[in-house]
Write a protein that binds this ligand. Structure first.
Ligand code: ADP
Length: 500
């Protein structure tokens, strides 16, 4: 099977820009990746150079096509997936960015956000966008650029400037400035998009003083986004799918039914639960967001994020230097019966959903003289599983239907021990697909859906195949005891004020 149609996936992430060329059976035929330099102008500020992103995008596409040994003219369509929330403003006349991109991690608008919350605007924002007021999202970053770059506000008011998340900026460049658009998932992370009406929200635009004239058109995830100019890759290629990275992973994992859930374990961890046609409002400060929009119909999701997942393993490697490579963690964990009561709470940058405690800090608890490096390493891996359970408990508390399995991806799930322990702690089957680059797979699926390579979502679901499925194998008593120990460790890290 396969081999007759080719799809190009452009995956522009926070730390790298990648391209993968797939056949219609979703087999990667060629791929290339270029690291993206991080720019830290001040404490808490994070920027990317959009020109660097643009150059890397062209280079990885050309190389992936070359490695796959096919001609650009044979490619049916391209899809784009991207780091979400990151903001670029550029001049429509020449396509030049007026400033570096402000990256999602950037905290420069913390004070603005604090004032908006104090001003009592959080309920409005929550109701319209499904988000919280936080520097994480695009809105206050756009406002910052308009207020801080010379002449930007006037240029924006006179229609000279364009705003986009990274997908939108790349789309503009790839189409030679012909298309200024984004998709519903990227729009849903900006703080100015009404997820119920699927339109930019005038009240929120007023609140943040953002002129409507700079905004892109919001399209479906599988849609006609124009064509990549012939001179870039050697032939015109239609762009037919765009989605933000976590939503692309949701599509790549074929989570198309309400109750289906995926979790991506990279540096951090993102859990996305499909809630179907209902935008479920969380009581637990999880985000309500667009999973995907197809043929004008929106499917919603709730999303929870854990700041530190694989990053805890990186810290063991680079900070503590107790392992030489992330993959060593697996053998160390397997060598023990248990951590013997040791817990690591990886609150290195505070705790994310559902705790939201920015000032909490990491700790290792329960050490006895018998504890050694393997206990700490295993505790770090376990912490990621316990945190996933915290998130899934919050989702259940929000009224979400109980899932029947968790689909996982990301660099950390190369670790088979983690996948099994996750299943044990959640008391839920955990499935890992053969291709774990699910973000790239997802945007290729979307592009293929629009161009007829795939007939329907069912057609895509059939191509999704687990290469590993773990069933829970832990007895209930152990599961309860271990999780109770985790909750106790959490309470101690959060201190008296955060207890509960
Ligand atoms: P990102 O896309 O966020 O850069 P990746 O999906 O590439 O992240 O995953 C890399 C992360 O996975 C790193 O933080 C690394 O520590 C972790 N990781 C990679 N391999 C393993 C492993 N075998 N066991 C545990 N963690 C791992």
């Amino acid at each position: 099977m396969g081999g007759s149609s080719y799809l190009l996936a452009i995956d522009q992430g926070t730390t790298s820009t990648r391209a993968i060329l797939f056949d219609d059976a979703c087999t990667p035929l060629g791929s290339e990746q270029i690291e993206l330099p991080q720019i830290y102008p001040r404490d808490g500020w994070v920027e990317h150079d959009p020109e660097e992103i643009w150059r890397a995008t062209g280079a990885v596409c050309r190389s992936a096509i070359e490695k796959a040994n096919i001609k650009a003219s044979e490619i049916t369509a391209a899809g784009i997936t991207n780091q979400r929330e990151t903001v670029v403003l550029w001049d429509r006349r020449n396509g030049k960015p007026i400033h570096n991109a402000i990256v999602w991690q950037d905290r420069r608008t913390a004070e603005t956000c604090r004032k908006l919350i104090e001003g009592g605007h959080e309920d409005l924002v929550r109701e319209r966008t499904g988000l919280l007021i936080d520097p994480y999202f695009s809105g206050t970053k756009i406002a910052w650029l308009l207020d801080n770059v010379d002449g930007a506000r006037e240029a924006a008011e006179s229609g000279q400037l364009a705003f986009g998340t990274v997908d939108s900026f790349l789309l503009w460049r790839l189409t030679g400035g012909r298309v200024h658009a984004t998709d519903a998932t990227n729009a849903s992370r900006t703080l100015i998009f009404n997820i119920h009406t699927q339109d930019w929200d005038d009240e929120l635009l007023d609140l943040l003083r953002i002129p409507r004239g700079i905004l892109p058109e919001v399209k479906d995830n599988a849609d006609d986004f124009g064509v990549i100019e012939a001179e870039l890759l050697g032939a015109e290629i239609p762009i037919a799918g765009i989605a933000g990275d976590q939503q692309a992973a949701t599509v790549g994992q074929a989570c198309f039914e309400p109750g289906m859930i995926k979790s991506t374990y990279g540096t951090g961890c993102f859990v996305v639960l499909n809630t179907g046609k209902t935008a479920v409002e969380s009581k637990n400060r999880l985000l309500t967001t667009v999973a995907y929009r197809l043929n004008g119909k929106t499917t919603y999701a709730i999303e929870g994020s854990i700041f530190v997942a694989g990053a805890a393993i990186q810290w063991l490697r680079d900070g503590l230097k107790v392992i030489g490579h992330a993959s060593e963690s697996e053998g160390l964990a397997r060598g023990l019966e248990s951590t013997e009561g040791v817990y690591l709470v990886p609150a290195f940058i505070g705790l994310g959903a559902p705790h939201w405690e920015p000032s909490a800090r990491a700790a290792i608890l329960g050490l006895s003289f018998g504890a050694g490096i393997p206990h700490i390493v295993r505790a770090a891996l376990e912490s990621v599983c316990y945190q996933t359970r915290d998130l899934m408990r919050a989702m259940a508390d929000d009224g979400a239907a109980a899932p029947t399995a968790l689909r996982v991806d990301g660099g950390m799930v190369a670790n088979d021990w983690v996948v099994q322990f996750l299943s044990d702690v959640l008391d839920l089957p955990v499935e890992r697909p053969a291709v774990i680059e699910t973000t790239a797979v997802g945007c290729a699926f979307l592009a293929g859906l629009k161009t007829g390579v795939y007939g329907s979502l069912e057609d895509i679901s059939e191509r999704w195949k687990p290469d590993r499925r773990c069933e829970p194998a832990m007895d209930e008593e152990t599961r309860k005891r271990l999780y109770a120990g985790w909750l106790d460790a959490l309470r101690r890290v959060r201190g008296p004020s955060g207890a509960g």
